[in-house]
Design a protein around this ligand. Structure first.
Ligand SMILES: [Fe+2]
Ligand SMILES: [Fe+2]
Length: 323
């Protein structure tokens, strides 16, 4: 028998997005995400970057540390545009596809009514995030006269390949799990951004996104708890394997894009590969995921995923967790 929401979540079921009508950016943030006039922007650029350097570990490579500030500035602009382009695609084609599995009854078991309503709100949020991410990326690309961006973000390609490899019967479950991982990781990724290091209008865009994502993260963590507890043991074993594969996809560095970004600022292909190589090390990638997916692992632990040794083994073998 499928348990009810209150059965599995005790006294604190949380299948809502809280005070969505007053808090969601799509409902109350009407600023149009415009960059300031050129003179003001150039004044800001004297002391700030486009994207937080702390999210760009390759800036610490000796080949980059000694370069002109303008080169680093352009690399942060490239990184921001890539992040925003990725966000635009992710929201529509990945996260909202995942949310559809909840809204349209594609998962096994009953969907609590409040969960369905919250999922519809979340779907709306993501549409707005895609819009303001697209608008901001367009303005930064215009500022640097960057032509049409043709590279599809690697993570998007890998996620679609993963879905293609999954049996038709399990695709809705795989989509839901992708949404869970994506939505519990992203809040952590944006958490440390401060207004002192990046252009103020970019900060506003990232900040308003982060505030919505904090609600989404909580919703998906509770939704995961609910669905996990309603899965039969054999489905749980399969889901744990899928989760490990998804987390590893999120650990991949988009090296084709990064090579192009570095070469656009004057690095040779050989230098670009030298800078990128340390980022591709598997154990370094697992180490990064231990930090950025920490909320995902906490939600999994809370749902009981690691109570089963066979589930735990997938993650231990991939270097993602300890005993
Ligand atoms: Fe979002
Ligand atoms: Fe979200």
């Amino acid at each position: 028998m499928t348990p009810s929401a209150s059965d599995v979540l005790g006294n604190s079921p949380c299948f809502t997005l809280g005070d969505w009508n007053n808090k969601a950016s799509v409902r109350n943030k009407k600023d149009n995400c415009l960059l300031p006039p050129k003179q003001e922007l150039e004044f800001e650029l004297e002391s700030k970057y486009w994207f937080p350097p702390t999210f760009m570990p390759y800036l610490q490579h000796p080949l980059i540390t000694g370069t002109d500030k303008k080169v680093k500035q352009k690399l942060t602009a490239n990184h921001l545009i890539h992040f925003l382009d990725y966000t635009t695609v992710l929201e529509h084609k990945i996260v909202n596809r995942s949310v559809e599995t909840i809204i349209h009854g594609e998962l096994s078991g009953d969907i609590p009514e409040e969960m369905k309503s919250a999922a519809l709100q979340l779907y709306t949020d993501e549409g707005y995030h895609a819009l303001f991410s697209y608008e901001m990326a367009k303005q930064v690309a215009e500022y640097y006269d960057i032509p049409h961006r043709h590279l599809k973000p690697l993570r998007i390609t890998l996620l679609f390949d993963f879905i293609d490899r999954t049996d038709a019967e399990y695709k809705p479950l795989a989509w839901f799990l992708i949404g869970f991982v994506s939505e519990t990781i992203i809040a952590k990724e944006l958490l440390n951004i401060t207004c002192h290091t990046i252009i103020s209008s970019v900060y506003q865009v990232l900040r308003q996104h982060l505030e919505d994502e904090a609600r989404h993260s909580r919703f998906f963590a509770d939704g995961f708890y609910y669905f996990w507890r309603s899965l039969e043991i054999d489905r749980q074993l399969l889901a744990a394997k899928l989760l490990k594969d998804i987390v590893l996809i999120f650990s991949e560095v988009d090296h084709p894009w990064l090579r192009e970004s570095l070469c656009s600022t004057g690095f040779s292909a050989f230098q670009a590969d030298t800078i990128i190589r340390p980022l591709l090390n598997k154990s370094a990638a697992a180490q990064r995921m231990r930090i950025s997916a920490a909320p995902t692992f906490i939600a999994m632990k809370r749902a009981g995923v690691f109570d089963n040794k066979r589930n735990k083994l997938h993650f231990k073998e991939a270097g993602l967790i300890d005993d």
